[in-house]
Design a protein. Sequence first.
Length: 383
Amino acid sequence: MGFLTKLLGNSVFMAFLALALGYIFGRISFGGLKFGTSGVLIVALILGSFGMKIPDVLGSIGLVMFLGCVGLSAGPSFVTNIKANFWGFIATTLAILLSAGVTIAMAVKMFNLPIDLSLGVMAGALTCTASLTSTLEIVGSDSAAGVGYALAYVFGIISIVLFVQIIPKLFKANAEEENAKIPDPPVSKRLAGLKNAKLITMDAPGVFVVCITIAFGVMLGAIAIPVGGGLTFSLGNGGGAIIAGIVVSAIGKIGKISFQAPKTTLVPMRDFGISLFLLANGAAAGPKFVSTLSQYGITLFLVGVLMSVVAILAAFIVSRYLFKMPLFASLGATTGAMTSAPALNALMLVSGNDKVAAFYAACQPIATVGLVILPRIMVALLH
């Protein structure tokens, strides 16, 4: 018994046990739908409610691993997509922001929730930690915003992860045909020339490239840009990592040193990174989830569901039907506007293609800026 108690108190054992159980749960089909890697979130949520502790730094490392690798994969497509779909990306993001503003107003006026709690629920439903940080700067760190965020965050992830699986089934989409509708980016002369160039490779798998990309990304993410009203905007570690990945993959080399990483490295590191991120966030939310739900009742949960579903549908309708993006491209833009890295991972598995990541990368920074500013606008309008 003493051995078992000691084992259950071992964070390393519990972390890898939760990951393994999460992968098993993610493989289970519920009416044709699978949680995939997000199964880790469910298992971590359950184990977290029983006291499992995971160091926060593991989640931070996982997020930058995932987004850094996504950026390295999406880089060649990024500029092409920006040129072709610029206004579509702006409109998709604005659809998210407008729907979020409307549902926040409904939460305050119709459901009589405090403004700080409503803003926290919005940040969780849209899986945007930067928005929560902005809210706490406005209403104070001792407000109920963090509680609302914790409750809505889990459903925010699950809803968009399931959405990117349901829509292709609903439309009876053929993955090969849909991928063919997303054009391959033209190969730049610089990158084409690297194939025959004699370059120094620091390590064959390309782990060096991933590490230097993440370090560069964290530097970018730390830059604070004033946006008025005493607020500043920064990309954060995650946003910085994906931009750094795009830049590094576009450069390809510096001097004689190669900055290219093969997909055989990027894919497993990407998948393991998002698993660590979900593990840490599920474990952290576990203790709060039951207590928050019992304290505020089903109303708070329903408001979170409303915010998440309305935002997802608004972004998808705008990108798919107003700007005629291909199905997988539209879903990629929707995951970016929702700032949902787990949903992007699910979409790449559904589509079997990394090209959708470029659409995520185009919308995610724009959405983050908007969601940082939105709390101040809503407080001014509703107070």
